[in-house]
Design a protein around this ligand. Sequence first.
Ligand code: NDP
Ligand code: 8X3
Length: 253
Amino acid sequence: MPVAFITGATSGFGKAIAISFAAHGWDVIINGRRKERLETLEKEISTTFETKVFTLPFDVRKNDDVQRSISSLPHDWKKIDVLVNNAGLASGLSPIHKGDILDWEIMIDTNVKGLLYVSKAIMPGMVERKKGHIINIGSIAGKEAYAKGNVYCATKHAVDALSKSMRIDLLPYGIKVTAINPGAAETEFSIVRFKGDNEKAAQVYKGYEPLKPEDIADVVFFAASRPDHVVLNDIIITPLAQANTSNFIKKNT
Ligand code: NDP
Ligand code: 8X3
């Protein structure tokens, strides 16, 4: 069975993506920091689908842990067909001059350096096999900046640039690179951004129907399951009520 490696599978998109691959018969390696959630997801997947699951908890920001965890994978799990670089977050929403440096560091370390560390561990095997697919979860915030989004937008612009660069550098090895750039989706994203303020987080999705994790998972699996000669390079997905990072039609609530 083909193997998909999904970072950030304890919640939101990553969890839905892992379930989608498993539902289509793929074996899945699931990552995230919250081990208990990975174990629960492992049980859920293996009792529902005829597929294998390998849990690999680590923090994508810790390069030593990333390299050690990925190189410790058993032989049967080492041939990764699809890597979904999904782990990521926004921390805070402030004008740049009022930004918190710790928030900046968390976002840069997770969204940019974490994605690089994981890719660095997995790309050489794909290059050797001359086969593989890297799916980077960027954001509409990687296409245009929005008020108070500053550093989050910068990290997602970096993901956009890295997807383009990967596509060029990995072209000789037949490795596909897909960037998937969602707009507003209701996950734990805003709860994390607002540091546990559930009410503030819920406000982000009031007055319109946001994307669901499954909407993103459908597109990720569609991209991963195209014929060998077809690559989806770059996709922006928004809810019907969203035109770009800043223009929404919301009903009064
Ligand atoms: P969630 O908060 O629901 O999920 C984020 C996932 O990332 C969790 O599984 C979390 O796991 C994991 N994660 C965060 N930090 C780390 C870390 N240091 N090491 C390992 N895993 C980590 O949010 P989403 O599902 O919405 O976010 C997924 C991706 O989608 C992110 O890259 C986000 O930027 C992007 N995105 C989200 C949009 C949205 O509107 N929701 C729109 C566009 C893009 P754990 O905490 O267990 O480590
Ligand atoms: C998350 C979507 O628009 O809040 O990447 O930045 S947005």
